[in-house]
Design a protein around this ligand. Structure first.
Ligand code: C5P
Ligand code: MG
Length: 197
């Protein structure tokens, strides 16, 4: 089994690369951002709670995303593995993910961290905002807040996974193909004992 956390700041290319990797390794791609945007589009109670938070570039409560992930794990009991994209975003979310995976007889094989400089991130997000229709991509101050929230609340996960011996740093600048190749090389070198559950 292979359970990967694709990690990085907003605009690092997680969603784009996750789509390639999920296909290449037959993993279920779980993007909490995509799940939340679907909830918003459907007008559900969760969507209504998440809408304003997302448009400001803040994070929704841990319990909300943990429940959404638990639901997906429940619904996919016998898959080859999961590719988590945009989750976990906080240390409590990472702890909850570890506990949930133990419950399902799984564990995180590796955390792949896409490294991209701040100016490049902002340029990519502004460009994406032109076509994505995402409220949180279209405004520079919201984009800067998302990067700030990442630095404050999400970047500490690097140490969390480093301490677990699962942190892998990947250069996230260059062509899409180059970055996919770097990710695949890294995944193919994950020791077998980390892929056994
Ligand atoms: O992962 P993505 O960038 O698509 O997420 C979009 C937004 O969804 C985030 O900026 C944040 O507001 C919200 N989100 C969250 N908690 C997560 C994932 C996404 O609050 N675990
Ligand atoms: Mg994304």
């Amino acid at each position: 089994m292979l359970n990967l956390v694709l990690f990085g700041p907003p605009g690092a290319g997680k969603g784009t690369q996750a789509a390639f990797l999920a296909k290449a390794y037959q993993l279920v791609h779980l993007s909490t951002g995509d799940i939340l945007r679907k909830e918003i589009a459907s007008g559900s109670a969760i969507g209504q709670m998440a809408k304003d938070i997302i448009s400001k570039g803040e994070l929704v409560p841990d319990s909300m995303v943990i429940n959404l992930i638990q639901d997906k794990l429940d619904k996919n009991p016998s898959v080859n593995g999961f590719l988590f994209d945009g989750f976990p975003r906080t240390v409590p979310q990472a702890e909850a993910l570890d506990n949930l995976l133990v419950h399902y007889g799984r564990n995180v094989s590796a955390m792949l961290s896409l490294e991209v400089g701040k100016e490049e991130l902002i340029a990519r997000l502004i460009k994406r905002g032109v076509t994505s229709g995402r409220s949180d991509d279209s405004n520079r101050s919201v984009i800067e807040n998302r990067i700030e929230v990442y630095n404050q609340k999400t970047a500490p996960l690097i140490n969390y996974y480093r301490n677990a011996g699962k942190y892998e740093s990947i250069n996230g600048e260059g062509s899409l193909e180059e970055i996919t190749k770097r990710l695949k090389t890294c995944i193919d070198q994950i020791p077998q004992n980390r892929k056994s559950r």
